[in-house]
Design a protein around this ligand. Structure first.
Ligand code: ITT
Length: 197
């Protein structure tokens, strides 16, 4: 049984952290960041899949801090690009590139392509203090438009329109994104399971 209701998020991405905190608000779990827990190291993402990277991030801190830790590894998979950038979404335009650099690169690669189908994937790994893990996958399907629209969210949000909507993730209210996103789905699956830990 999970006696302590505190969960550490293994992430340095402030937008991702803010979404996870807001998705988990009201869940009964107190969520704190790895920085708030006094952990400042950068964890290298050497895996080839979202699952491997999420596990790497969560487990390394859980083993060092002896507590429950969860991590989200996420990215954008674009059908016409053979599902790239995928696990390389954060580094798609090189280390330190801005969100706009990544979007420009994506739009350049998609120029002239009629198949605009894409999906965001989030895999959450939660590690127990002994390093044993569970993983949960969430996906949201949609399309990539020709030019960025909107200022909310982060990453590729300004060019992604989810199925059933005509606005991009960056135009939709945050509460709407947080109720339909890949991260909302992976987090909901995690919550169902960890309530019985
Ligand atoms: P942490 O590993 O510290 O959590 P990160 O940004 O490096 O932060 P990832 O390795 O999981 O995280 O990379 C995810 C990238 O995928 C992220 O930087 C965005 O470019 C993109 N991405 C993921 N979720 C997204 C979302 O909801 N909206 C837009 N882009 C997203």
């Amino acid at each position: 049984m999970l006696t302590t209701k505190m969960l550490i998020i293994a992430s340095n991405n402030k937008h991702k952290i803010s979404e996870l905190k807001s998705i988990l608000s009201g869940s009964g779990f107190k969520v704190i960041t790895m920085a708030e827990a006094g952990f400042f190291h950068n964890i290298e993402e050497t895996g080839n899949t979202f699952e491997e990277n999420a596990v790497l991030k969560a487990r390394s801190i859980a083993l060092q801090k002896h507590t429950f830790v969860f991590a989200d590894d996420s990215g954008l998979e674009v059908e016409a690009l053979d599902y790239r950038p995928g696990v390389y979404s954060a580094r798609y335009a090189g280390e330190g590139a801005s969100d706009m650099d990544k979007i420009n690169k994506l739009l350049h690669e998609l120029k002239g392509k009629t198949n605009r189908r894409a999906r965001f994937v989030s895999v959450i790994a939660i590690s127990r203090p002994d390093g044993s893990v569970d993983t949960f996958r969430g996906e949201v399907h949609g399309k990539i438009i020709d030019a960025p629209r909107g200022i909310n969210g982060f990453g590729y949000d300004p060019v992604f329109v989810p199925e059933g909507y005509d606005k991009t993730f960056a135009e939709l209210e945050e509460a709407i994104k947080n109720s339909i996103s890949h991260r909302a789905k992976s987090t909901a699956k995690m919550l169902k399971v960890i309530s019985s830990y």
